[in-house]
Design a protein around this ligand. Structure first.
Ligand code: VG1
Ligand code: CO
Length: 543
C-alpha cells in the first residue's frame, strides 16, 4: 500500500480550547488542515506506532470523510489498530468508555459538541488519553507546540474503510475493528443504575420525553430508554442523528431545546423531560413545569446517588467547575465528603477521578458525570435521575423543594455575550483584573464586594497549576458573579457572566430567579463596565 509523506506548512499554531480544537467546518476542510492537526496530535503524544486508538464522532457534516483521513494517517504512522464506532459514530462518553474497556492508548473524538454542524457551521477534533479523558494541559501544550513547526505528515493511499459493517477489516498493516456504538455503553449503564426499577416505573404509567436534538444520543436513547427500559415508543424525540442536527443548535438548554421546554410546560406534560447535546456528554433535566439548573441537578444527584446500585456505598467526594453554583458544596458538607473546585472543562476532573478522590463531578453548562468514564455523560445523568425518581416516587419539583429546604437554594443564571470583538472582550477582562485588588469593600447598588480574585488552580494530584481561570466577585449576603471568556467559540469572543444568589429563608425558596438575581446582575455589569467597553447590553443567550 503506497504510503506518502506530504510536505506541508505549519497551520499557524492552532491552540486547542476547553475541549480540543473547534473551528468553522470550512477551516477544517482546507487543504492539509485536518491532516496537519492530526499529525500534530500524533507527534504531540509521542507517536502512534504500535498503538491502539478509538475513533468516533457525533455524526455531524464531515464526520465520515474526516474519519477516513484519520484512519489512513493512523495506518501510515504505524498504529496497530483502530476501533471505530459503526458509521463513524460514538458519543463522547461511549468513546471514553471504549478507550477504558479496550485498554486503548487513546482516542480521537470528532465533534464540536453543542455547536451547530454543517458546511457553514462548526467542526472539532479532540484527543483523549488512555484514561478515557480529555488530554491534560501538558499534552495539549505539546500538541499545540507541534502545530507551529510541523511540515510533514504521513498518510497512505488506500480505499475507504467500510464504516457501515461491524467486524474486522484492515488498512494496509493496521487492523480496523468496527463496533456497535451502543452495546458496550448500554452494558456499562446496567452495572450502575437499576434497570429493573426503572422498567417498573415505566410500566406503572410514568411518562418521559427525551430530546436527542437530532444528535448522537438518538440511537443510544432509542435502544436504552425505549428498547431496554420500556419507555413508550415516541418517548425519544428528534432521535435520528443528522449531519446538520436538523438545522438546529444541539445545546440542551431552555433556549435551544425549546420544543422540549414547551412540552414540559404544557398542561399534558410528561412526568420527566431531558435533552442531550451534539456529542452526548451534556444533559438538561426538566420536571413537569420545573426546569432544573445543571448546578442544582449536580447537587440533587450528589444527595441521592446512593439510591442507585453503582453508588450504594456512598461517594468518595465531588467536584464542580468554579463557575458552577455552590449548591453541591452545601450537600457535600452535610454528607461529610470533600468538594473540589476546578477550572472549566472536563480535563481537570480526570486526575481527581483517577486518584479516587471524587465519584461525581459537574459543570453549570449541563455536564454531569461520574467515575464510570472520564467525560461528562448525558444519558447516564438521565438514567441516574430515573433511578432516583423510581426509588423515591417523588416528582422532580418535590425532589428540588426537598433539596432547597434542606440546604438552601442557589438561584443561578448564566449570561452569554457572543461574537464580541475579541480585543474589546480582552480589554474588559484585563480592566477588571487590574481593579481586583481594590474591589473589596466597594458598594455597587444594593451589594457590597466581599472578595474579588482571579481563579487559579493547583491540581491536588499532580501539582500542576492553571492560572487565569475566571474572575470571581463574591458579595456580602451570598451573591457571586463570575466572568470568563469561552474556550469553545469559533467566532469572535464569547463573554460568559455567571450569576448566583444563595437564599436560605424557607419562605423565599420558590421565587422568580430573574428577580432574585437582579442586584447581582446589575452590580456585575457596573463593576465590569461591560456595556461601555463592548457596546453590548443584552446577552445573546440566558440560561
Ligand atoms: C463550554 C462550557 C464548559 C464545557 C465546555 C465543553 O466551555 O462552558 O463547561 O466543559 O464547553 O463542553 P467554554 O470554554 O465555551 O465556556 V462540550 O459539551 O464540549 O463538550
Ligand atoms: Co458536548
Amino acid at each position: 500500500m503506497p504510503m506518502h509523506t506530504v510536505r506541508t506548512t505549519p497551520i499557524d499554531g492552532q491552540k486547542p480550547g476547553t475541549s480540543g480544537l473547534r473551528k468553522k467546518t470550512a477551516v477544517f476542510r482546507r487543504p492539509h488542515f485536518l491532516e496537519n492537526y492530526v499529525q500534530a496530535i500524533f507527534d504531540g503524544i509521542g507517536g502512534v506506532a504500535g498503538k491502539t486508538l478509538v475513533i468516533g464522532g457525533d455524526g455531524r457534516f464531515f464526520n465520515d470523510a474526516a474519519t477516513q483521513i484519520i484512519l489512513r494517517m493512523a495506518s501510515a504512522n504505524g498504529a496497530a489498530k483502530c476501533i471505530v464506532g459503526q458509521g463513524g459514530i460514538l458519543s463522547t462518553p461511549a468513546a471514553s468508555h471504549l478507550i477504558r474497556l479496550r485498554k486503548a492508548d487513546g482516542g480521537l473524538i470528532l465533534s464540536a459538541s453543542h455547536n451547530p454542524g454543517g458546511p457553514d457551521a462548526d467542526f472539532g477534533l479532540k484527543y483523549n488519553g488512555p484514561n478515557g479523558g480529555p488530554a491534560s494541559e501538558a499534552v495539549t501544550d505539546k500538541i499545540y507546540e507541534r502545530t507551529k513547526t510541523l511540515d510533514l505528515y504521513n498518510i497512505c493511499a488506500a480505499d475507504d474503510v467500510d464504516l457501515g459493517t461491524v467486524g474486522a477489516q484492515s488498512l494496509a498493516d493496521m487492523a480496523v475493528e468496527i463496533v456497535d456504538p451502543v452495546a458496550d455503553y448500554a452494558d456499562l449503564m446496567q452495572t450502575i443504575v437499576d434497570f429493573d426499577k426503572i422498567r417498573d416505573l415505566f410500566s406503572s404509567g410514568f411518562t418521559m420525553c427525551f430530546d436527542a436534538m437530532h444528535a448522537v444520543t438518538g440511537p443510544y436513547a432509542h435502544a436504552i430508554l425505549e428498547g431496554m427500559l420500556g419507555a413508550p415508543k415516541g418517548s425519544v424525540i428528534n432521535g435520528t442523528p443528522s449531519p446538520d442536527f436538523g438545522k438546529g443548535h444541539p445545546d440542551p438548554n431552555p433556549i435551544w431545546a425549546k420544543e422540549l421546554m414547551d412540552k414540559m410546560y404544557a398542561a399534558d406534560a410528561p412526568d420527566f423531560g431531558a435533552a442531550s447535546d451534539g456529542d452526548g456528554d451534556r444533559n438538561m433535566i426538566v420536571g413537569r413545569g420545573a426546569y432544573v439548573t445543571p448546578s442544582d441537578s449536580l447537587a440533587l444527584l450528589t444527595a441521592q446517588a446512593h439510591l442507585a446500585p453503582g453508588y450504594s456505598a456512598g461517594l468518595a467526594g465531588v467536584a464542580r467547575s468554579m463557575p458552577t453554583s455552590r449548591a453541591v458544596d452545601r450537600v457535600a458538607e452535610s454528607l461529610g465528603i470533600a468538594c473540589f473546585e476546578t477550572p472549566t472543562g472536563w480535563k481537570f476532573f480526570g486526575n481527581l477521578l483517577d486518584a479516587g478522590k471524587v465519584t461525581l463531578c459537574g459543570e453549570e453548562s449541563a455536564g454531569t458525570g461520574s467515575d464510570h468514564v472520564r467525560e461528562k455523560d448525558g444519558l447516564w445523568a438521565v438514567l441516574l435521575w430515573l433511578n432516583i425518581l423510581a426509588e423515591t416516587k417523588k416528582s422532580v419539583s418535590a425532589l428540588m423543594a426537598d433539596l432547597w429546604a434542606a440546604h438552601g437554594r442557589c438561584y443561578y443564571s448564566r449570561l452569554d455575550f457572543e461574537d464580541v470583538d475579541s480585543a474589546r472582550a480582552s480589554t474588559m477582562i484585563d480592566g477588571l483584573r487590574a481593579r481586583l485588588p481594590d474591589l473589596g469593600g466597594t458598594t455597587v447598588g444594593a451589594l457590597t464586594v466581599k472578595t474579588a480574585d482571579e481563579f487559579a488552580y493547583l491540581d491536588p494530584v499532580d501539582g500542576a497549576t492553571s492560572a487565569g481561570q475566571g474572575i470571581r466577585i463574591v458579595f456580602e449576603g451570598g451573591a457571586r458573579a463570575v466572568f470568563r471568556l469561552s474556550g469553545t467559540g469559533t467566532q469572535g469572543a464569547t463573554i460568559r457572566l455567571y450569576l448566583e444568589q444563595l437564599e436560605t429563608d424557607p419562605d423565599r425558596l420558590q421565587d422568580d430567579p430573574e428577580r432574585v438575581l437582579t442586584d447581582v446582575r446589575e452590580a456585575a455589569l457596573a463593576l465590569s463596565d461591560l456595556t461601555a467597553i463592548t457596546g453590548r447590553d443584552t446577552p445573546d443567550v440566558i440560561t
